[in-house]
Every structure is written in C-alpha cells, then in structure tokens.
Write a protein that binds this ligand. Structure first.
Ligand code: AP5
Ligand code: MG
Length: 221
C-alpha cells in the first residue's frame, strides 16, 4: 500500500529535508509545490513567470493555478504507484478543500498530516545559511550541513545556489503569510483528527524517526 503524507510547517522548518529522507528511506514520491514552481521559473514558462512575481515577494501564488498544477501531479502514474509526501501544499484552506475533494474522488486515504513546529528565530537562522543544488535539489546549510567542497553538491558535483526568497525581509513576510493563511490549514486537519504535531527543532534524523514512528511506517524504512 503506497504511503501518503502531508507535511505542513513554516518556511525553514525542514519540510524539504524530511521529504528527501522519506523518499530515500521509504521510496515515497516527494511533491513540493515550491520546488515545482522554481523549476517552472527556471524553464521560463508562463506559469513560472507568474509564480516568480509572487514568490520573490514572499506572497502565495494564486489558488487556481496552484491547485491545478498539484492535482495534475497527483494523478500521475508515478505518484499513484509510489504514494506521495506533499511539501508546501496545501497552504490555504481553499487548497486543502480542493485536495480533500480530489482524494475523496480517487478514494485515497492519507496516512496522516504532519505539522512540523519551530520558533521563528530558528527559521531565520536556518534560511539565512541555506544552499540548494541547482541540479539534484539536495539541501545544505553553510553551518549545520556544509558541502564537502564549498559551493558544490556532494551528490552530483553541480553548483549550489541561494534562494531569491531567503533574504531576511522576505523570510519575515513568508512567516507572516504562513500564520495568516496556513495556520488555518493546520486547524482544518486538526478538526478532522488527522493531525500529528512534531517538533522540528532537533536533528533531522530524530525528526525523521518521530515522523515515521507516529505515522506507523517506521517498519517499512
Ligand atoms: P516553498 O519552497 O514551499 O518554501 P517554504 O514553505 O517557505 O519552505 P522552505 O522550502 O523555505 O523550507 P523547508 O521547510 O522546506 O526547509 P528545508 O528542508 O529547506 O515555497 C516557496 C514559495 O512558493 C512560497 O513562499 C510561495 O510563494 C510559493 N508557494 C509554494 N507552495 C505554494 C502553495 N501551495 N500555494 C501558494 N504559493 C505557494 O530546511 C531549511 C534549512 O534548514 C536548510 O538549510 C536545511 O539544511 C536546514 N535544516 C533542515 N532541517 C534541519 C534540522 N532538523 N536541524 C538543523 N537544520 C535543519
Ligand atoms: Mg522546501
């Protein structure tokens, strides 16, 4: 039975880091709306151009295009086969409702919704040092997880980059947008009894163990 998980949490809590561990250890397909938008920007598509105008300011991309983009991915054969770990979607109640409709229609049940929690100051520290691989997407941190060779990926040797929206003023705006739009999504899943709260301010391996244990999928790792 494929594993299906939603990871919710503020910017920098480690959603991408945990999604990568879930893929590595359990083979689950990561679906990050942020990663997909950044690849659309890179490819200079119309959607990428639209998304960039919001992302660079730390604002949310409109619900309509975001829902359409994610539902299309959820219907792919790879995702049906491998399950999914959603990272960064849903981020508004409208998106959560659209996702519930899609899952109901396909008769898909979630293993759970994980809310990763962390203080704002830790977020700012983490994002200020984040580096990402331009090719394989591996995530590093200049202090917590430096690459072996400065500026290059350990896994594929491609150059690393700093995200445009990781400037201190944009990070603060993203935190504000999270509280305003995404906190209600956490409440939405909590009211449905699907929510698991996990502290994200620990070593990534400890966070992973907790996530997998709470979801009851550790024995599959
Ligand atoms: P998105 O790409 O989803 O960004 P985000 O939610 O702000 O989250 P981040 O990717 O910044 O953080 P993360 O939680 O993945 O942390 P990471 O693992 O990298 O979205 C970007 C933008 O796209 C949005 O602002 C919006 O404009 C748009 N968008 C996306 N989805 C949308 C949607 N559904 N609707 C509308 N708009 C949407 O870790 C961060 C750093 O910390 C790394 O350096 C890492 O190495 C380090 N780290 C991670 N875990 C630990 C740990 N346990 N201990 C120490 N360091 C750690
Ligand atoms: Mg991320």
């Amino acid at each position: 039975m494929p594993i299906r998980i939603i990871l919710i949490g503020p910017p920098g809590v480690g959603k991408g880091t945990q999604a990568a561990l879930l893929e590595e250890r359990l083979g689950v397909k990561p679906l990050s709306s942020g990663v997909i938008f950044r690849s659309e920007i890179e490819a200079e598509t119309d959607l990428g151009q639209l998304a960039k105008s919001y992302i660079d300011r730390g604002e949310l991309v409109p619900n309509g295009v975001t829902i359409q983009m994610m539902v299309k991915r959820l219907r792919s054969d790879d995702v049906r086969h491998r399950g999914f770990v959603l990272d960064g979607f849903p981020r508004t109640v409208r998106q959560a409702e659209a996702l519930s409709e899609e899952l109901d229609r396909e008769e898909i049940r979630l293993n759970g919704v994980v809310s990763l929690e962390i203080d704002d100051e830790v977020v700012v520290r983490r994002l200020s040092g984040r580096l990402g691989c331009t090719k394989c997407g591996e995530i590093y941190h200049s202090v917590n997880k430096p690459p072996k060779r400065e500026g290059f990926c350990d896994k594929c040797n491609s150059p690393l980059f700093v995200r445009e929206d990781d400037k201190p003023e944009t990070i603060r705006e993203r935190l504000r947008v999270f509280r305003e739009n995404t906190q209600p999504v956490i409440d939405y899943y909590d009211a449905q009894g699907q929510l698991l709260r996990i502290c994200g301010d620990r070593d990534p391996e400890e966070v992973f163990r907790d996530v997998a244990t709470e979801l009851g999928v550790l024995d599959q790792a």
